[in-house]
Design a protein. Structure first.
Length: 273
């Protein structure tokens, strides 16, 4: 297809889509003359992505804490309406254990219209809004009402698109975001990947717009920091439980626990390079 016809087809696909919140930003990206269409990648980017295996139902069918740890190093893929793909390596998660967990949206086993996805089969997305503005994305696991929050990603492909989507979602003009600032927080990664409530209750093993593939160089136990969760307020003992997991030494993590890392080093747990 000639370049002009291909560009018109991409713009037409964007204009016909009504569920994507940052359409203007994507149209702007597609209209930049001379833009480099080649993906920006890291050593973790799998070049043979068309043939790479997608994570299936048996991967997600794990107890919540196990799944939260197993997500580290795996790759989230988001296909935009124009066909381009955004890739990000998962580097930080939090586990929410369901009814017994005082910090969980499903505490007490209560199921509501908002948290229904937490009670659906493992691998179901639970997307909710905070402060009436931002979105957070979770994935259901084994256990009644249990789910894993995706906190931070290491961007691998489509960084320019992520940057435009982040810029479009913020009200005031700001400086150009650096790579490590794109997805280092749960609402930031949702902005960068164009995730909103329309993705709630979608199945990661079946959806055409979002899925996961296996990562390369998966971390060992010595590479994973287990520490307290972020921003859960006064939840008694649950505020102190080590249910947040991140890749030690990774600069894309949202909040680093230096004390825990020093304790790990004192025990002789050196991170792999």
């Amino acid at each position: 297809m000639p370049r002009k016809r291909k560009l018109l087809a991409q713009l037409s696909a964007l204009e016909s889509n009504t569920s994507f919140p940052q359409i203007d930003a994507l149209e702007k990206l597609n209209s930049i003359p001379g833009a480099d269409p080649s993906p920006k990648s890291s050593k973790y980017f799998m070049t043979e992505k068309k043939n790479s295996p997608q994570l299936q139902a048996d991967f997600f069918n794990q107890p919540c804490v196990n799944l939260a740890k197993s997500f580290l190093g795996q790759i989230l893929v988001r296909k935009l309406p124009d066909g381009r793909e955004l890739w990000g390596r998962i580097v930080e998660t939090e586990a929410y254990l369901g009814g017994e967990d005082e910090a969980s949206h499903s505490k007490g086993g209560k199921q509501t219209q908002r948290n229904t996805a937490m009670f659906m089969k493992p691998g179901t997305l639970y997307v909710y809004q905070i402060y009436g503005i931002y979105f957070c994305m979770n994935v259901s696991s084994q256990g009644e009402g249990a789910a894993v929050l995706l906190r931070s990603l290491e961007p691998l492909q489509g960084l320019d698109a992520m940057r435009e989507l982040r810029r479009a979602s913020r009200k005031a003009p700001t400086k150009l975001l650096k790579d490590w600032q794109l997805c280092n927080g749960p609402s930031k990664l949702c902005q960068a990947f164009g995730i909103d409530r329309a993705f709630d209750q979608r199945d990661l093993t079946q959806d055409a717009a979002i899925w996961m593939v296996p990562g390369q160089d998966l971390p060992g136990e010595q590479d994973v920091v287990a520490t307290t969760r972020i921003g859960i307020g006064n939840r008694g003992e649950w505020a102190q439980k080590p249910l947040r997991f991140y890749l030690r030494g990774n600069k894309f993590v949202s909040v680093v626990d230096k004390k825990m890392e020093r304790e790990m080093a004192a025990r002789g747990h050196s991170p792999c390079s």
